[in-house]
Design a protein around this ligand. Structure first.
Ligand SMILES: Cc1cc2nc3c(=O)[nH]c(=O)nc-3n(C[C@H](O)[C@H](O)[C@H](O)COP(=O)(O)O)c2cc1C
Length: 204
């Protein structure tokens, strides 16, 4: 059953306020951080999705401009897409809500590894190069990758603290996924990241 309460009039999912458990300490998160490639297919509860997105690149200052991850020149050029069985959404950090991009299940297109098709949440990091002003063009990909990496590490630490499995991924067919997400010519997929409940790793 879907855990995503999509408002069909506005194509929006309002997320509950992000709440990380007090047990999620930085020490615990750092000690447990690792990459996993085995995920249960179970959907994430909405409050878990809310916490992961907020930790990744949510708004963390009351005036609404500061984010949980740094970005070069404070461009905040990376958009986080959440690809779920129910569809693909863009995370609107200021509104802490999801905006529907596609009602299709695009998870299998978010990477070249088998687990992406069945894990419950695929995050896709998309940099808008048009926001990256006053730098040489050749620096943009590097800086967008660095900014995306900061977000990815936030997600890693949130997941390890909450007992979730995750892996950040560069192995993505960017051209195909960009088409499916309806990206513009100035938008580039930098990385993707799978999140879910831990499954049994092959070596276990
Ligand atoms: C930029 C970047 C790209 C990565 N791409 C992939 C990937 O496409 N697929 C994958 O399974 N792991 C990927 N990883 C995860 C690394 O393989 C993993 O971090 C590394 O083996 C160290 O393991 P650990 O994260 O458990 O410490 C990537 C990691 C980074 C930082």
């Amino acid at each position: 059953m879907s855990t995503i309460p999509l408002d069909l009039e506005t194509d929006t999912v309002v997320l509950p306020p992000p709440a990380l458990s007090p047990q999620v300490t930085l020490e615990r998160s750092l000690k447990r951080r690792h990459s996993s490639r085995a995920f249960l297919p179970d959907a994430l509860p909405l409050d878990t999705l809310s916490a992961v997105l907020w930790a990744g690149f949510g708004v963390n200052r009351p005036e609404g401009h500061g984010r949980t991850a740094p970005s070069a020149h404070n461009w905040q050029e990376v958009e986080v897409y959440a690809v779920l069985a129910e569809g693909a959404y863009r995370y609107d950090a200021r509104g802490h809500r999801l905006l529907l991009v596609s009602a299709e299940d695009l998870r299998r297109h978010t990477g070249t590894q088998d687990f992406v098709a069945t894990a419950p949440l695929e995050l896709v990091y998309v940099a808008d190069f048009s926001r990256m002003t006053n730098v040489p063009e050749e620096d943009r990909a590097f800086l967008a990758g660095a900014d995306s990496g900061c977000i990815a590490q936030n997600v890693y630490l949130c997941c390890s603290g909450m007992g979730l499995a995750t892996v950040v991924r560069a192995m993505v067919d960017r051209r195909r996924l960009a088409q499916l997400l309806g990206l513009t010519s100035t938008q580039r997929i930098t990385l993707a990241q799978t999140v879910g409940f831990p499954g049994r790793e092959a070596s276990e």
